[in-house]
Design a protein around this ligand. Structure first.
Ligand code: CNA
Length: 363
């Protein structure tokens, strides 16, 4: 048995016993499709943004910057817009686990919708950072359909920038920018799922964007946590939990090996084969910046993250205090009842806050 097979055996045994998998996905699961991630040193987006003349790399996904200058985002959106890329073996592994009823949920930070394209159903997917599926005017919040958005993106008289047909404000796909809140469904679904996560597969993420990054650390001790990444990240770095499984391999290799051990390899390869005729082959953005430039960007990025983390942690602490996302999660009935009550109160409060927000927007 190879080292990798030895590491995967507890996961295979758990799945064969009927335990369900919850995925926590990041951009690294899609690099195999040709979509660059953010932070890989040579191929990541941040290493390739020099051509957009940004003051700092993350400005391209920063809401304040977008309000002033949406051009860099739309230049990049042209590259990232769904439709150009085929799902990877990792995405098809998720679909196969769904089909054999071994999937609880897929929490994804990705905006590429490849989980959907692979055939994972809506109910299983929580797109924590939104997606390109819908678009709204940032000024009057009216929706713009995808066809109109794409027409505007290719309209030279508009400089490729979609603008609201009612108020002329800039239109933005509903992907979550730095400075914006996460979709309500992220919190609601996590509230429902957090105690039920049996096998947590954390894959292709640097675990640096909060509050998403805090989910694996908030799991109770009954969860089997697995990291599949090119580097150690988050609290997996500290060998914090003895039962953790850390697989420092390519996600595609992991998908091949796990599917083989589950007896799903032929089906996986057949899905990949079919997808070749269905989708494009993808492409890479070529590296254009020097190491010095990358380091400079990373410094600014680190500063921005610190600020964002402080804001997010304050928000998350308030939420987690109420919904009980603590590591010392206990499962006796009295505590469950108390937690359910706290969750109901938190939901009610969130509803009132949302109504106030809507009222403030329109009054
Ligand atoms: P990230 O910060 O770029 O981290 C990616 C991680 O994946 C790194 O730790 C890499 O070492 C690792 N990695 C890269 N390729 C592989 C691979 N083939 N196998 C295993 N590990 C790999 O990306 P995160 O997702 O952590 O950051 C969150 C951001 C990225 C979210 O807000 C996303 O919206 C955003 N993003 C999404 C996409 C996409 O939708 N495909 C692309 C780029 C960025």
């Amino acid at each position: 048995m190879s080292q990798l097979e030895k590491k995967l055996k507890p996961i295979v045994d758990a799945i064969n016993k009927g335990k369900k998998v919850t995925f926590f996905n990041g951009a690294g699961i899609s690099t195999g499709a040709g979509i660059p991630d953010f932070r890989s040193p040579e191929t990541g987006l941040y290493a390739n943004l020099a051509k957009l003349n940004l003051p700092f790399a993350e400005a391209v996904f920063d809401i304040d910057f977008f309000e002033d200058n949406p051009k860099p985002f739309y230049t990049l959106a042209e590259e990232l817009y769904p439709g150009k890329y085929a799902p990877t073996k990792f995405h098809y592994l998720i679909k196969l686990l769904q089909d054999q009823d071994s999937l609880l949920r897929v929490y994804t930070q990705n905006i590429d919708t490849l989980e959907r394209l692979a055939g994972v159903e809506d109910d299983y997917i929580v797109e924590a950072h939104g997606s390109f599926a819908r678009n709204h005017c940032i000024k009057c919040h009216r929706e713009m359909d995808n066809e109109t958005l794409k027409k505007h993106m290719h309209d030279e008289t508009k400089d490729g920038i979609p603008t609201c047909e009612t108020c002329q404000g800039y239109v933005k796909p509903d992907i979550v920018f730095f400075g914006e809140g996460l979709p309500g469904r992220f919190f609601q679904q996590w509230d429902e799922d957090c105690d039920d996560v049996e096998i947590a597969l954390v894959a292709g993420t640097s675990l640096t964007v909060y509050p998403f990054a805090s989910l694996p650390a908030s799991l109770g001790k009954k969860s089997l946590r697995v990291l599949i990444n090119k580097e150690k990240v988050g609290d997996f770095s500290d060998n914090y939990r003895k039962s953790d499984i850390v697989i420092l391999e390519d996600c595609e290799l992991f998908a091949e090996q796990l599917s083989s051990m589950l007896g799903l390899r032929d089906e996986l390869e057949a899905l990949v084969e079919q997808s070749k005729s269905k989708f494009g082959t993808g492409k890479h953005i070529s590296p254009e910046t020097t190491v010095d430039e990358i380091e400079e960007k990373l410094k600014v990025e680190a500063h921005l993250h610190e600020k964002k983390e402080d804001d997010d942690i304050t928000e998350l602490t308030e939420k987690t205090e109420k919904i009980g996302l603590t590591e010392e999660t206990s499962f006796n009935n009295k505590e469950k009842e108390e937690k359910a009550k706290a969750r109901a109160e938190a939901k009610e409060k969130a509803k009132i806050e949302k109504l106030e927000e809507i009222a403030n927007t329109y009054l």
